[in-house]
Design a protein around this ligand. Structure first.
Ligand SMILES: [Zn+2]
Length: 295
C-alpha cells in the first residue's frame, strides 16, 4: 500500500516576523526559517522526501512503495524564494508550488491577506464587530483574542462572500479596527521572474486558481474562468518545471467541483488535484481529491 505524506506550507519568515506578521503565525500558515529547517530535518528522518515526478511513479506502480513525503507550497508568497528556497536546497528537496496567479501582476492581494493586513495595522486592542447578526469581540492583547480574529464565523462568511459583500465586510472590519481602508503593508508575493527563478532551481509550479476563489461557491462558468485563467497564466511563462497537479483554494471542493475540474484539466495533461484532508494519501482516494497536511 502507498503511504504518502503530502505537506502544504505557505510562508517561511525570519523570527521577528512573529510580531509584524502575527496573523499568519496565529492561523498556522507561517513558520520561522528555523522551524522550517527543523521540520524538514524531522521529515527527512522519517520519510524519503520525493518530488512530484517520483510521486507519479509511485502512484502508477512503477516504483516500489516507500514511506514517502512530498513537499508543497500554496499561494506564492515572496518569502518562499527569499527564505524557504535555500532550506529546501540544503535537504535536496524539489517542492511543488501552487500559485494564485493574479498575484503575479503585483497590484492585487487575496481576500485573506487583506483581512490579515487590517489586523496587522490596527493599534486597537479591544475590537467589536457586528455584521448580519454575527457579533465578534476580540481582545487582541491575548493569544485567544488573536486566534479568534483569524479563525471565526465572520471571517468564514467574508471568504465565502461575493466581491460586493466581501468589500462591505472588509470596510466594516477596517472601521472597527480604525485602519484606513487603503490596502497597505501587504505581504509581497512572487513576481513572474521570481517564479521562473524557482522553476530553474527545480521547483514545479502549478495552478491554485486565479483569484483564490472558493470553487464550491462559483457557477460552472465562473469556475472555468477561475481555473483556466490560472492554468493559462502559468503556461504563458517560460517555466522549466511545471506541476501536473492543481490545488483547490483552501482545499475546498465538492463532487461537482471535482467533476468539472477533472474534466477541464485531464485533457490538459493534469493528473489530479490537492485538498487539505489532514491525512495520508494512500492511492485509494480519487486523484482529484488527494489529501495534504497543513504544515
Ligand atoms: Zn491558498
Amino acid at each position: 500500500m502507498i503511504e504518502l505524506r503530502i505537506e502544504c506550507f505557505h510562508r517561511v519568515l525570519p523570527a521577528e516576523a512573529r510580531t509584524t506578521q502575527w496573523p499568519y503565525f496565529a492561523r498556522g500558515t507561517a513558520m520561522t526559517i528555523e522551524e522550517f529547517d527543523d521540520r524538514l530535518a524531522n521529515l527527512s528522518r522519517h520519510y524519503e522526501i520525493i518530488d512530484e515526478v517520483q510521486v507519479a511513479k509511485l502512484l502508477d506502480g512503477e516504483a516500489s512503495p516507500i514511506r514517502a513525503c512530498w513537499v508543497t507550497f500554496d499561494d506564492g508568497y515572496a518569502d518562499v524564494l527569499d527564505h524557504a528556497a535555500d532550506v529546501v536546497a540544503k535537504y535536496g528537496v524539489r517542492p511543488s508550488i501552487f500559485m494564485t496567479t493574479r498575484v503575479l501582476d503585483g497590484d492585487w492581494w487575496p481576500p485573506v491577506d487583506r483581512w490579515y493586513s487590517a489586523l496587522c495595522q490596527t493599534t486597537q486592542q479591544m475590537v467589536r464587530l457586528s455584521h448580519n447578526g454575527i457579533s465578534e469581540r476580540w481582545d487582541l492583547g491575548t493569544a485567544e483574542g488573536r486566534a479568534r480574529a483569524v479563525v471565526c464565523e465572520l471571517k468564514s462568511v467574508y471568504l465565502e462572500s461575493n466581491a460586493v459583500q466581501q468589500a462591505a465586510i472588509f470596510k466594516m472590519l477596517c472601521d472597527s479596527l480604525e485602519v484606513k481602508e487603503v490596502v497597505h503593508d501587504m505581504p509581497p508575493f512572487l513576481t513572474k521572474g521570481d517564479l521562473v527563478e524557482l522553476s530553474s532551481r527545480g521547483w514545479y509550479a502549478g495552478p491554485h486558481g486565479h483569484r483564490h476563489r472558493l470553487l464550491p461557491r462559483l457557477t460552472p462558468e465562473q469556475l472555468e474562468a477561475e481555473v483556466m485563467c490560472s492554468v493559462d497564466t502559468l503556461e504563458g511563462l517560460p517555466l522549466q518545471n511545471r506541476s501536473s497537479w492543481f490545488a483547490y483554494s483552501d482545499g475546498r471542493h465538492d463532487q461537482s467541483v471535482r467533476h468539472q475540474v477533472s474534466r477541464l484539466l485531464s485533457s490538459r495533461g493534469y493528473r489530479g488535484a490537492l485538498t487539505i484532508g489532514g491525512r495520508m494519501a494512500t492511492g485509494k482516494d480519487s486523484l482529484w481529491s488527494t489529501p495534504r497536511f497543513i504544515a
